[in-house]
Design a protein. Structure first.
Length: 197
């Protein structure tokens, strides 16, 4: 089987989205990507990310497959978790302390850093509006993140998120308070909850 044919099969298996990294993992030479771009069968949408013409570009997913260490957080997580209706203008992500996110910052992402031992706490997978799964934080972790960063957040968005969270059947107040203790915001979060509960 030719490299070009192998690549086309891989693109089909991956739903029309392919990365240079994935191509190299399958021992296919990068030159075939260039050939498919010239033929109009692929379009380069970001550094190392290509899609077929029939696929809608999912920027959230593209960032995620390029930078596996990042997790969507804050306002972006609120949107993914249906705790706000506001579509984020810029995506917010969290990375562990020490991670070089300068390229992501240049691309317009809002970067938050956290201790390595707290980085994966509450991580889950959610689908974007295009149906692709991305890493984000669960409701409890996200509530803690926006309350911790309340001075940089829109008060109306935080308030709406808390109200929606309290009205959800799948909320876990014990988990929320455990996270609040870990992030040392228990005394800040408690008054918000007392008003809403």
């Amino acid at each position: 089987m030719t490299g070009s044919k192998k690549l086309e099969e891989l693109i089909e298996k991956s739903g029309g989205v392919i990365t240079t990294k994935l191509v190299e993992t399958h021992n296919i030479h990068r030159q075939y990507l260039g050939e498919l771009v010239k033929e109009g069968k692929l379009e380069r949408v970001a550094y190392g990310v290509y899609i077929t013409p029939d696929v809608w570009e999912d920027k959230m997913y593209n960032y995620q497959i390029r930078k596996g260490k990042m997790i969507y957080s804050h306002e972006t997580a609120l949107y993914l978790l249906d705790l706000t209706d506001r579509d984020p203008l810029s995506y917010s992500i969290t990375v562990p302390y020490g991670y070089n996110a300068s390229r992501l910052k240049k691309e317009g992402l809002i970067i938050h850093s956290v201790k390595k031992e707290l980085f994966n706490l509450g991580m889950c997978m959610k689908k974007t509006i295009f149906g692709n799964e991305v890493k984000t934080y669960n409701m409890e972790r996200t509530i803690c993140d926006v309350v911790r960063d309340r001075n940089n957040q829109d008060v109306a968005v935080v308030s709406e998120a808390l109200k929606r969270y309290i009205n959800r059947k799948d909320k876990d107040i014990n988990k929320l308070m455990n996270y609040a203790r870990l992030f040392r915001i228990e005394n800040v979060l408690r008054p918000y909850l007392e008003v809403l509960l």
